[in-house]
Design a protein around this ligand. Structure first.
Ligand SMILES: [Ca+2]
Length: 396
């Protein structure tokens, strides 16, 4: 077992080194694709956001090839509404998704909404979704390649990273030489004690290969934490129960993180590491008191990494720009250089209220590192002319 563990660690370390080198030294091409990775109820449990306990080597690597946004927010702290904003670019009260999509809740976006996958599909881009979708109706959010909770167990398509890896590989085989838009909705690190208590409060036992009857995910090497060591967020009471929950949450984050590593490896294997805009975020805050579903900072603040192969000079920087998940649609349209369609919703013309994040990637004046304070001050002397073109990157 120890030998297997060492082999696994060595294998992943080799992957990380290979990606780092390939990310750095290959030139971007004229082809353009998009990969969006959305975690479910994830927060800032990563070294990317200064959590030194929860180990996320693959997210760390992606962050080194990204601009890391420190002030990204969803417009609503609930799953389906937030995902509808990611995929429509319209706030939940404008696109109609006021509540959860599934089961008795039965919320849907308005029939006339022109979602991102619909716009891209009409433009000839091959669209795919793997994992959690949780929005509808289908004709508003159509994908050419759809492997979701609607045709799979959400555990398999959202948490079984070996299965996800195979679905990603099949997507790339089917996309052929067409430009693509791939949206991957991990179900980790969502709670699951309400539906599968036998798998632990965060499904941390699912596929661990240890617990009888929970299966085995070959690509996952679970990472376990002592509750005494976890970092309890300031908004959560520091109790033994909370610490045990956070330790379980961290273990499922190891599955999310290793799943992201597998997805990036498939992207590399398909030859698209250097022509693909990659975004990583979450839909809402962590499922703890004051987090998910609350109109407080911990419910609305989201991790956001944007890795553009066309902005390598900005990699590794952090941004204090105030941005929103509503920025994702205009960002993807900007990347593909596609216009937002003219149409009406409830008899009113629809316009996107937010803007592209690609401008923010270039707005180095607002980056903290490695740009020094002196650097920022010198650029601030030309703030007036700068602000006319990138005001949204300063504040919203
Ligand atoms: Ca969620």
């Amino acid at each position: 077992m120890a030998a297997e563990c060492k082999h696994f660690v060595a294998k992943h370390q080799i992957f990380l080194v290979v990606y780092a080198v390939l990310f750095l030294f290959t030139q971007h091409t004229s082809a353009k694709n998009v990969l969006i990775i959305v975690a479910d109820d994830a927060g800032f449990e990563s070294q990317v956001y200064n959590n030194s306990v929860c180990k996320t080597p693959h997210l760390n690597l992606l962050a080194r090839q990204s601009v890391v946004f420190n002030k990204a927010f969803t417009s609503v702290s609930s799953c389906s509404p937030s995902r509808s904003t990611i995929l429509s670019g319209l706030p939940q009260h404008q696109n109609g998704m006021y509540g959860l999509h599934h089961s008795v809740h039965h919320f849907n976006s308005f029939d006339q909404v022109r979602s991102l996958p619909l716009i891209l599909q009409n433009a000839g881009i091959y669209t795919g979704i793997i994992g959690k979708k949780h929005v509808g109706p289908e004709y508003v959010y159509p994908f050419d390649y759809s492997e979701t909770e609607e045709n799979h167990s959400i555990l398999q398509v959202g948490r079984n990273i070996t299965y996800i890896r195979k679905l990603v590989r099949r997507f790339f085989q089917k996309s052929s030489s067409r430009p693509f838009f791939l949206y991957i909705g991990f179900h980790d690190p969502h709670r699951c004690g309400h539906s599968h208590p036998e798998l632990g409060s965060f499904c941390e036992k699912f596929g661990d290969g240890i617990t009888n009857g929970t299966g085995f995910i070959p690509d996952w090497k679970p990472v376990y934490y002592n509750p005494k060591d976890v970092k309890v967020p300031y908004f959560v009471p520091d109790t033994p129960a909370a610490r045990a929950d956070i330790a379980a949450q961290y273990t499922t984050i190891s599955r999310l993180d290793q799943g992201i590593g597998l997805v990036l490896h498939e992207l590399y294997a398909a030859g698209h590491l250097n022509d693909t805009l990659i975004l990583y975020t979450s839909d809402n805050g962590i499922p703890f008191p004051n987090g998910r579903t609350n109109l407080f900072d911990p419910g609305l603040a989201e991790p956001l990494l944007v890795s553009s192969p066309h902005h390598k000079e900005e990699w590794g920087k952090t941004s204090e720009s105030l941005v929103s998940l509503l920025d994702i649609v205009p960002t993807v349209l900007d990347w593909f250089q596609l216009p937002y369609p003219k149409y009406k919703l409830l008899k009113k013309s629809v316009t996107l209220t937010e803007g592209t994040l690609l401008q923010c990637l270039q707005a180095t004046v607002f980056m903290r590192s490695p740009c020094t304070i002196q650097c920022a001050q010198s650029v601030l002397t030309s703030i007036n002319s700068f602000a006319t073109s990138t005001t949204r990157c300063l504040s919203q």
